[in-house]
Design a protein around this ligand. Structure first.
Ligand code: SF4
Length: 62
């Protein structure tokens, strides 16, 4: 599965990072960086959790 970020939609609040710090982080400029895009198993579950907590639906797992 793959994590897809809709960057224009992202507001940089970082809730996704709290849900899945192994997979993504905010950089020093407050931009979200995906450390991993391809995910399987437990990581896919974490990615889905991150997508669910995003208040602006900027993350999808496809
Ligand atoms: S929770 Fe959503 S809006 Fe906030 S940093 Fe993550 S992707 Fe961007």
């Amino acid at each position: 599965m793959r994590i897809v970020l809709d960057r224009p939609r992202c507001e940089g609040h970082g809730l996704c990072e709290e849900a899945a710090p192994q997979l993504m982080h905010l950089d020093d400029d407050g931009e979200l960086v995906l450390d991993r895009e391809e995910v399987e198993g437990a990581d896919a579950a974490l990615a889905n959790a991150a997508a669910r907590v995003c208040p602006v639906a900027a993350l999808r797992v496809i």
